[in-house]
Write a protein that binds this ligand. Structure first.
Ligand SMILES: [Mg+2]
Length: 292
């Protein structure tokens, strides 16, 4: 298990006093750090599932299949079905099915997104004369040929719109390095075409949560989004009308939260994630902060 976060003064913290119907979670810094589950994660998720609550784990990364996240969580000791993991492969596919089911798309993407689009029956093409939507994503096989196809479809044939899976500039790696992410591909296409990317289906755009609410059949107000970053998952929840909780196990510190204006703050502030379970239920279950 990871080291517990340092003690946070109790007047900063605000815990929910009721259960919600659905729980949406960021992964890194919220559920795990590196290869360790954070304190309280396992018993929280098991308890929520036991009570019939909907649990969804979110990621912006479109280079992985949702299965890969369930495998990682399962390997860390939290067996998780793939239906509980949603990344931008899932939200892009769902967004297209809901809004442009008959469009012909050109995904600048790795295999997981292309496979999902194929499985969903979405038409794909590399012919600029028939492309309606260019999807720019985190694609480590990006090359000049793909840029030319996007350029021809958007600028020369004046027919395609530009959308993206996620707005991240780079994907951080443990140890401080990283990789150029989808924003770099979007910028290359915008630079040569003069077009603007019209849709983003990843955090912090509320489209991501709206797409998930459509998939699971719940209202945003009946769910709570929990994450460690104010400007991604908390921003998205505020914009989608979903209650939210920041947890101090990742990026955000109590000082960073205090520096924010009220309209950027979440309803709930947690030092450990199992505080999503109301105090009364902690007492019924005999939970203490010493065990996990
Ligand atoms: Mg995070």
């Amino acid at each position: 298990m990871a080291e517990p976060a340092p003690a946070v003064s109790s007047d900063t913290l605000r815990f929910p006093d009721k259960l919600y119907e659905g729980y949406v979670f960021d992964l890194d810094g919220t559920i795990y750090l590196g290869d360790e589950l954070l304190p309280g994660v396992k018993r929280l998720i098991l308890e929520l599932r036991e009570r019939g609550k909907k649990v969804i784990f979110l990621s912006n990364n479109p280079t992985k299949d949702p299965e890969m996240y369930s495998e990682k969580l399962t390997k860390l000791g939290l067996p998780t079905p793939k239906e509980e993991t949603v990344n931008t492969v899932v939200t892009m596919t769902q967004w297209l099915l809901q809004n442009h089911p008959d469009a012909t798309v050109f995904p600048i993407a790795e295999e997981p997104l292309k496979n999902a689009l194929r499985d969903a029956g979405i038409k794909m093409s590399e012919n600029p004369e028939e492309i309606d939507i260019v999807i720019a994503s985190y694609d480590r096989t990006f090359e000049y040929r793909k840029l030319q196809i996007a350029f021809d479809a958007i600028w020369f044939h004046k027919r395609a719109m530009l959308v993206t899976t996620n707005p991240d500039r780079y994907c951080p790696f443990p140890g401080g390095r990283g990789e150029p992410d989808a924003a770099a591909i979007v910028a290359a296409i915008e630079a040569c075409t003069g077009a603007k990317c019209e849709v983003n289906v990843g955090k912090p755009d509320p489209i991501m949560l709206k797409t998930i609410m459509d998939m699971i059949g719940l209202d945003a107000k009946d769910c709570v989004m929990t994450g460690d970053r104010l400007y991604t998952e908390i921003r998205m929840a505020l914009d989608a009308g979903m209650p939210s909780a920041v947890v101090f196990t990742g990026e955000t510190t109590p000082e960073m939260l205090e520096a924010e204006t009220d309209e950027n703050k979440p309803e709930y502030v947690l030092d450990r994630i199992d505080r999503l379970i109301p105090q009364q239920i902690w007492e019924e279950l005999g939970w203490t902060e010493d065990d996990e």
